[in-house]
Design a binder for this molecule. Structure first.
Ligand code: GCU
Length: 666
């Protein structure tokens, strides 16, 4: 890897205006001996110089005679909420108020963002506080350097079982802090091989350095943990969470870990899932496992984030009673209230697995006395591998805005995970991140909109998908207003386009098995993964109503009723909840089969529209970036065409019903 060469993403800082002065920095209640503050000033200097050409004067230097000197005043104000800030520009300079160091850092990034987006320094103004206590990135990086579901090169944390620390590490921390991320899990949830040894002396020195670099940007380091560590690295013959010796082993281990890594935030655990070990092996509950670790780590202020992605992955496809969608709720709902205070359950946004359209998991808000965290995926595993354009923030907004009906008012997913519903302090949002060591970090340059967007959204869930897209575009590129509008519309259209040419109306899973790119309509139909569409010659869809698998009944009555009836079920989820005939009339006045044909023809056509729009930006985008993205659009067009023709042909052959418009179907 050439460590000198990588992009600065949205911190590129193009010239915004020609400044007429210089800056000094003053402190009230903070000082630049504090590392996070020192980094905030470093960021201010770097940003303001690039944006306006104005220098930040070394302290003690008085150049006031030569030019106008404005002051950045960094002020400790204990009435500002934790991690929040108040920024306000005037002729004299800019005031940043915060009650702690991280707030100052976020305030400085907000100043730079506002200037990059068109304000003059004296116009800067905002009061902000984070919507979510925890705003995390989950890397699925393996220690051999590969990344599970990675589409942007190799890991920049690991190579050949070693931890890498270089200039790129700091840039990564800068990018994350600039959008308000305050926790990072660096290793894959599937903890195997060398990764099991991250909690041993082999890696403590490097991890300590990494945790310090993160800490200096307000970020806590977390690790994914192997639940079977007592066996795999401890030489024991059990990892039963209720076994006294197992607990004693963990006590010793966690003590050792915190002696060497005092800045560690805690652990993320994938247990009893897809072959990973867990408490079920010993007839124990998920709460037994999570609480044992939670109790052990409590003395050090650490937390346990326990994933709810638990389901039977060896299902017989002939078995129509078992429904994978039910699993999360079935395994976790009964234990609501049993999880200890420093344990958080991390729940994927949908009940299946990051498909382009799924209902919101009924576990979110279904749990009423348990800390909850929402997990989304910006790594585009099922959404186009960072080849196909797919801006995911609209999807995340839908999830956050979803009314669970868990209580009167304060019942959206955003309310639940932020802690507003239960008045708890642990919760938030996590994303499986889409980065790697490619020079542009995200493979597709446009996929960085998801990286940026997730951070911004997790800090402020009230922002709209469009506001976030606009910020990202303005900060990343130097375009005219008209061009920005065009790129913004491309991002905002992209999710729906991807949905149109892939699988219809919430059914999901018509994707090439394992790799998860490109169509394979029956690829998961006769497999063990619990992911079926149940198409026959008359119709398609999974009956998840009270007459079917009963999944719809896992929601609170308002939603259960809505989903249970095909007439009230939101149409984009029709096939998730109902098995319906191809001849069923949709609200559009089209039959289901005609909808499938039309949406696939439209989706492919609209993907070509995206590629054309990109072509029209050629003269305004740096050529390397332009070419990289163009190559991806070429691949996306092939993909869209393949999806269109395979899906349409499949359903034509199954149903024998012709396309009303007589287009070519094979
Ligand atoms: C998906 C994904 C796996 C991943 C798993 C998880 O199934 O394909 O690669 O390990 O999710 O979230 O744990």
């Amino acid at each position: 890897m050439d460590t000198k060469k990588w992009t600065q993403l949205w911190l590129e800082y193009h010239k915004a205006y020609d400044g007429d002065g210089a800056w000094s920095v003053a402190f009230e209640g903070f000082s630049d001996n504090q590392v996070v503050i020192a980094n905030a000033i470093y960021e201010f200097r770097r940003g303001i110089e690039a944006l306006t050409g104005e220098m930040v004067l070394e302290s003690g230097r008085d150049d006031a005679g030569k030019c106008k000197v404005r002051t950045l005043t960094i002020c400790n104000n204990q009435s500002v909420p934790a991690e929040g800030y108040h920024i306000e520009g005037s002729e004299k300079g800019i005031l940043v108020e915060a009650s702690e160091e991280r707030g100052v850092l976020y305030g400085v990034f907000a100043i730079l963002r506002q200037i990059a987006c068109g304000r003059k320094s004296f116009e800067v103004k905002e009061s902000a506080a984070p919507s979510n206590p925890l705003r995390m990135m989950n890397h699925w990086d393996n220690m051999d350097g590969s990344i599970e579901r990675g589409y942007s090169g190799e890991s920049f944390f690991f190579e050949k079982d070693q931890i890498i620390i270089n200039d790129r590490t700091r840039d990564y921390a800068r990018f994350m802090a600039s959008v308000g991320i305050n926790g990072v899990v660096i290793n894959n949830v599937n903890v195997k091989a060398a990764a099991s040894y991250l909690i041993t002396d082999r890696y403590f020195d490097q991890l300590a350095r990494l945790s310090e670099i993160f800490n200096d940007y307000g970020i806590r380091l977390y690790l994914s943990l192997n639940f079977a560590s007592p066996i795999e690295i401890g030489g024991m013959d059990t990892c039963d969470p209720l076994d006294k010796e197992v607990k004693a082993w963990w006590e010793g281990k966690i003590k050792e870990v915190y002696e060497r890594l005092p800045l560690l935030g805690g652990f993320l655990v994938k247990a009893d899932s897809e072959g990973r070990p867990g408490p079920f092996t010993y007839g124990r509950t998920q709460a037994d496992g999570a609480n044992m670790l939670g109790d052990v780590i409590k003395a050090y202020g650490g937390i346990i984030i326990w994933r709810c992605f638990v389901y039977n992955c060896t299902q017989d496809w002939r078995d129509t009673k078992t429904d994978r969608a039910r699993a999360g709720y079935d395994y976790f709902k009964d234990l609501d209230g049993a999880y200890h205070d420093n344990v958080i359950l991390q729940i994927k946004n949908g009940p299946m697995d990051f498909q382009i359209r799924e209902p919101v998991s009924p576990l979110l808000g279904g749990l009423k006395r348990t800390n909850q965290m929402l997990e989304v995926q910006i790594a585009q595993e099922y959404t186009g591998h960072q080849i196909d354009l797919c801006y995911l923030i609209p999807l995340f907004k839908e999830v956050l805005d979803f009314h669970t009906h868990c209580c009167e008012g304060k019942d959206t997913v955003a309310d639940v995970v932020s802690g507003r519903t239960m008045g708890n302090t642990l919760g938030g949002m996590a994303a499986v991140i889409n980065t790697g060591n490619d020079i542009n970090w995200t493979g597709d340059d446009l996929a960085a909109a998801n990286t940026y967007g997730f951070g911004r959204l997790s800090y402020n869930t009230d922002l709209s998908a469009e506001e976030i897209a606009r910020e990202w575009i303005t900060m990343t590129f130097k375009l005219s207003k008209k061009e920005e509008d065009l790129l913004c519309s491309m991002l905002l259209r992209s999710r729906e386009i991807y949905e149109k040419y892939t699988s219809p109306l919430g059914i999901g899973w018509m994707v090439t098995p394992n790799d998860h790119y490109g169509p394979s309509v029956d690829g998961y139909e006769y497999s063990r993964w619990g992911t079926y569409h149940r198409a026959d010659h008359l119709g398609i869809g999974v009956d998840r109503t009270d007459k079917g698998t009963g999944y719809a009944q896992q929601y609170y009555p308002e939603n259960a009723k809505l989903y249970n009836d095909p007439d009230s079920c939101p149409e984009e989820l029709l096939l998730f909840f109902h098995h319906v005939p191809y001849t069923r009339m949709l609200k559009s006045g089209k039959t289901l089969i005609q909808h499938i044909y039309d949406s696939h023809f439209e989706g492919e056509e609209e993907a070509r529209g995206l590629a054309r729009d990109w072509e029209s930006l050629k003269d305004s985008i740096p050529s390397e970036t332009f070419d990289r993205v163009k190559e991806r659009f070429d691949l996306q067009l092939n993909n869209a065409r393949e999806w269109r023709d395979q899906v349409n042909s499949y359903f034509f052959r199954k149903s024998g019903i012709a396309d009303e418009k007589g287009r070519t179907i094979y």
